[in-house]
Design a protein around this ligand. Structure first.
Ligand code: ZN
Length: 281
């Protein structure tokens, strides 16, 4: 065998090994994933609540860790994932199950909005914005015991009419900004807003960008966010049931008209609310 041919054959072997053999599924636990789009939610169903477990999602060169506190080990296929994503369940530091997900492609539209914005933020305002961002990061990173028993999300509004989807590329006042991290639903001013899952209200106050905002901690690292409300009808620390009134649709904060901005987070990783609404929990 010539060196050239050997090299060629070795190359084929490496290719076959990498794409066919290496990502073999350990497939020990039942696995649920309704969609393979970025932003979709899934879980391993475990026989019992493990002591030290986590799910690690590897997408490109980024890793996302989801602590496990219940027999359902939730994870999210992160926004921006392409090609193959590796979802690994660890128990006591050992690999228990591993799945290879071929992420489906999704096109994200560009969303242009024009809002009143100061040319230069005064220092006190910048300070407020930074403090609020820090508060949100702290809230979304909390992983508390499970507070819901529902297996599907309730609608946060009676009628769901999407105006701006999750993942839209935002252009605000002609400038490229961050991605739109929730789903916007068109709704009349004052329309009732409901808790999508049972949980504890951990934030119910006015923030600079999201206006009157409610965040509910559902436990297991899962949070929902309701923004731009005209009225908040719950208090921080209060427990709410899925379907319970939490506020009214408004246009407070950085908003161009009455709508509900609805966000869904798992261990700080943003999920696509429309995919979560159609997925089993
Ligand atoms: Zn929005």
């Amino acid at each position: 065998m010539t060196a050239k041919l050997f090299k060629k054959l070795f190359g084929v072997f490496v290719f076959v090994f990498t794409f066919l053999v290496a990502p073999v599924n350990l497939a020990a636990e039942p696995f649920y994933l309704s969609y393979t789009y970025p932003g979709s939610i899934g879980f391993f169903k475990l026989k019992e609540i493990p002591k030290k477990a986590k799910v690690v999602v590897k997408a490109g060169n980024r890793e996302y860790t989801f602590p496990v506190l219940s027999e359902k080990a939730y994870f999210v296929i992160p926004y921006g994932s392409k090609g193959k994503v590796f979802v690994t369940l660890y128990e006591d530091g050992k690999e228990k199950d591993r799945r290879v997900i071929k992420v489906a492609r999704k096109k994200y539209r560009v969303s242009r909005i024009w809002v009143k914005e100061p040319k230069k933020y005064p220092p006190e305002l910048l300070k407020r914005i930074k403090e609020e961002q820090k508060l949100l990061r702290t809230i979304f990173s909390q992983v508390t015991p499970k507070k819901f028993s529902e297996t599907f999300l309730r609608r946060p509004l009676k009628k769901l009419r999407v105006s701006t989807p999750f993942g839209a590329k935002r252009i605000i006042n002609g400038k490229k900004r961050s991605v739109h991290w929730g789903t916007d639903f068109r709704a009349p001013l004052g329309a009732p807003v409901y808790a999508a899952l049972s949980g504890k209200v951990v934030l119910a106050r006015e923030l600079y960008f999201t206006g009157k905002t409610v965040i509910i901690d559902h436990g297991l690292g899962i949070h929902t966010l309701y923004a731009h409300l005209s009225k908040i009808t719950v208090k921080e620390g209060q427990f709410v049931k899925a379907g319970q009134l939490i506020g009214k649709v408004g246009s407070t904060g950085r908003s161009t008209g009455p709508h509900l901005h609805f966000g869904f987070y798992v261990s700080s990783v943003r999920a696509d609310p429309m995919l979560v609404l159609k997925s089993r929990l």
